[in-house]
Design a protein around this ligand. Structure first.
Ligand SMILES: [Zn+2]
Length: 265
């Protein structure tokens, strides 16, 4: 039996073995913060509020040494998060709404990292590398930016979500902060996302009931809940999402990550 298994493995075409090795790693840091590593080695952070109150690993941010891109869905401090410090350390480029990029440049991010190449708006499809394409899509939310706590609220452009297409890997749809909206169906039809990183906390965003409808409309197979439990008002739970998926999107499965956990796709 063992010999047979080994022979079967040896008979696999070389490309299939290589594809097996080339996994995409997704790490959740709590709230809406993720780091994605592609098989080709491109590293993207999304809404990197690494030092959020739910993340007990206060050294987590120091462990992030390489980033090629930082994707920021909107200007709120719980999403811009540790962008300025991480950008300084890694020299990553900023992918965000045009106006938010401008505000970040004024707040200390070098202009070379926040330029026309990577600042865009909903509707934009950016080919970041031969392997990674990021589409900026609509989100129903707000996007004020404060450079300092208690400072004036500055215009951060429109809030957005991201659809990250990885060659030979998953297509990840990070919803950003958003209410449910009917165009999620269209996002599904155009980009065929396989995994939705979905806000479920309610109050500022979708709750579990609407997140399940969103998963159905976008046609995803896997839903990773995020943006819950960080603040007392974010009452939606993964348990509620699991039930709502059974009712509204039975083909989609929930994948609940622990803070600091990495899953491969
Ligand atoms: Zn927000």
């Amino acid at each position: 039996m063992k010999t047979f298994a080994l022979l079967a493995l040896a008979a696999l075409p070389a490309f299939a073995q290589a594809a097996g090795k080339g996994k995409t790693e997704v790490t959740w840091y709590g709230h809406a913060a993720f780091v994605v590593k592609t098989p080709g080695g491109t590293t993207l952070a999304i809404d990197p509020w690494i030092n959020n109150p739910a993340n007990k690993d206060k050294g987590a941010i120091e462990k992030i040494q390489k980033l090629d891109y930082i994707l920021i869905s909107h200007g709120h401090s719980d999403h811009v998060g540790d962008t300025v410090a991480l950008q300084k350390r890694t020299n990553a480029k900023i992918v965000a709404a045009f106006e938010l990029g401008g505000q970040l440049a004024a707040a200390g991010v070098p202009k070379e990292a926040a330029g026309f190449e990577t600042l865009a708006n909903a509707g934009g499809v950016l080919k970041l590398t031969d392997e990674v394409t990021v589409a900026l899509v609509q989100a129903v939310h707000s996007s004020g930016f404060q450079a300092a706590e208690n400072g004036p609220i500055l215009y951060g452009g429109a809030p957005i979500g991201f659809v990250i297409q990885i060659k030979g890997g998953p297509t990840l749809y990070h919803t950003g902060d958003t209410a449910y909206f009917g165009e999620m169906k269209r996002i599904g039809e155009r980009f065929h996302p396989s995994v939705m990183l979905a806000c479920i906390g309610g109050h500022f965003t979708m709750d579990p009931t609407d997140a399940a409808i969103a998963a159905r409309d976008a046609g995803v197979k896997t839903v990773v809940p995020m943006h819950y439990g960080t603040f007392p008002v974010l009452l939606g739970t993964p348990e509620q999402l699991g039930k709502a998926l059974q009712a509204s999107a039975p083909r989609a499965k929930m994948m609940q990550l622990q803070i600091g956990e990495t899953r491969t796709f």
